[in-house]
Design a protein around this ligand. Structure first.
Ligand code: BG6
Length: 517
């Protein structure tokens, strides 16, 4: 059989039913499967995008029969159906039809025999469902299993492609723990897979408002002429969460806010905001431009241009909130950061001299992901009697979640005999214009894997470009720890807007973060 690079698969236009295939989920008994993947497949079935000829095989270590697995999923989907991301009232017909196509295979991810059994199982389901030979392997497992599973799939011949038979692998984040491990994982995956077979998942790219950043910029003519160093003073990217570490201390203690959120989600927002218009809307044209942005970011001086913090006891709406070190599973003297902020520069003609300020944190005052494009102040010759500082500059705020929309802020005359200027907001809310189809955010991403559109997935070069930016910060913090002086970890009260030290990143230049509340 030919290598994937040599196989040209038929391109399926968006909006058409995906082609016949089987989805294999490794980690089928886990949380991601029942909370997001199965509900997303159900939403695809409801909207007619899931292939008519379809089967799903769940693989996990737990011993379970097909019937028990279906029952487990049925209970979960019914429990989530009332959530706003799902369809409110379960469409019994579509759900039961999908459930009948689901089976289960117990197996240890490291056991070669499990992969031989999987090969047989794939033959059985395709004979029963007439759904052909194409397979999407979804690795909904802890990152330490990614490489091993792909090695085994390769050794068992399960990822070999042929005309009319595609084999693709979805890898969840985190992709590597640092630059060296990301490179090593890329190398390991490429031993069995060609790059076009690898779909590196970043679920932020499944969010409508994140996809809309590009549309907003390139489908309108009013923004792009202003979108450069001549008109923009600086850019702020915020991903603030109200949740703390929840029950994920095992993962988070060795990960921290930087690794968890920045090289993936936050950098995707940065790339979409700063990229040049792509030559076309093809996957590679877009991914080329995004990668170019990350490669243009100049080295961050970790000591002066980054701040890391950890939440301490605090409160929100009068409710006492636990500090990170008191959370279940967290070490009493933990030095893991739950907040990170940094200042970056993108060295190219469009952005030279324009600072980008990035921040993300847990247990903050408000859940808010937004991008603020702050424009330069006007020359003000008309307003000699108004102090320059009193005039708030124009800003465009792209609101990604939870209140999805955009706002334009500008000055207007306050009614009255004197000339004084007040700031006003022109607000656009998605919900006022568009009806939101129930969505977990995974529908588009899974559908795109099935039709072979890699636009919303990270290519290996962009993953590496992301790690290249954050590696100096990781090194700086590790050096401090080796000297017995872990690089400063600024405390912030849970429920607040983050550590005061993060304000200093902007204050020197007379700028300030947009308030979260
Ligand atoms: C995940 C992180 O990738 O993204 C979590 O591991 C974080 O720590 C989550 O809470 C945020 O995603 P969302 O879709 O809830 O904004």
């Amino acid at each position: 059989m030919a290598k994937a690079d040599d196989v040209d698969h038929e391109a399926i236009p968006h909006g058409q039913q995906a082609p016949a295939c089987t989805v294999v989920i490794f980690g089928a008994a886990g949380d991601l499967t029942k909370r997001l993947l199965i509900p997303a497949l159900y939403n695809l079935a409801r909207t007619g995008l899931l292939p008519e000829k379809f089967a799903l095989v769940g693989v996990d270590r737990l011993e379970m029969t097909d019937a028990a697995f279906r029952q487990h999923l049925d209970a979960a989907v019914r429990a989530f159906a009332a959530d706003k991301h799902y369809s409110q009232v379960l469409d019994e017909l579509h759900w039961n039809e999908l459930l009948q196509r689901i089976s289960y295979l117990p197996g240890d991810f490291g056991d070669p025999l499990a992969y031989a059994r999987l090969g047989d199982k794939l033959g059985e389901v395709s004979a029963a469902q007439h759904n052909g030979d194409s397979v999407l392997f979804y690795l909904a497992v802890a990152a330490r299993f990614f490489g091993g599973i792909v090695d085994q799939l390769g050794a068992a011949g399960l990822v070999t492609e042929a005309p009319g038979r595609w084999r693709r692998v979805v890898v969840e984040k985190p992709f590597g723990h640092d630059m060296a491990s990301a490179r090593a994982l890329n190398t390991q995956l490429r031993r069995s897979l060609a790059e076009p077979q690898i779909y590196r998942m970043d679920h932020f790219l499944g969010k409508e408002t994140v996809q809309n950043i590009m549309l907003m910029r390139f489908a309108n003519s009013i923004f792009e002429p202003l979108w450069n160093r001549d008109h923009i003073d600086h850019v702020q990217i915020t991903v603030a969460e109200t949740v703390g570490v929840e029950s994920r201390a095992g993962f988070y203690e060795t990960t921290g806010a930087l690794r968890d959120m920045v090289p993936n989600h936050v950098f995707q927002l940065l790339a979409l905001t700063a990229m040049e218009p792509p030559a076309s809307f093809s996957a590679d044209a877009i991914r080329n431009e995004k990668t170019k942005v990350l490669n243009s970011v100049h080295r961050v001086d970790a000591a002066s241009d980054s701040v890391r913090g950890q939440y301490a006891v605090g409160q929100r709406d009068g409710q006492l909130l636990t500090g990170y070190r008191e959370e279940a599973g967290v070490a009493a003297g933990s030095m893991t950061e739950t907040y990170v902020a940094m200042k970056l520069g993108v060295d190219n003609w469009r952005w030279s001299g324009v600072p980008f300020y990035l921040r993300t944190g847990k247990a903050m005052a408000k859940r808010s992901s937004e991008i603020v494009i702050q424009f330069k102040r006007p020359p003000l010759s008309l307003f000699r009697d108004t102090a320059t500082e009193a005039l708030t500059p124009n800003a465009l705020v792209l609101k990604l979640q939870p209140d999805e929309g955009a706002a334009l802020m500008f000055g207007a005359k306050i009614p009255g005999p004197s000339i004084s200027i007040g700031q006003v907001h022109m607000d656009f809310h998605y919900k006022d214009y568009f009806q939101n189809a129930p969505s977990t955010g995974y529908e588009t991403l899974i559908y795109d894997c099935m039709i072979g559109d890699a636009t919303l997935f990270q290519r290996s070069d962009s993953v590496i470009a992301g790690w290249k930016i954050v590696q100096p910060l990781l090194d700086h913090w590790a050096e401090g720890a080796a000297d017995g002086e872990p690089a400063a970890l600024a405390n912030y009260a849970a429920g607040s807007e983050g550590p005061a030290a993060a304000d200093a990143l902007l204050q020197d230049s007379g700028r300030s973060w947009k308030r979260l509340v």
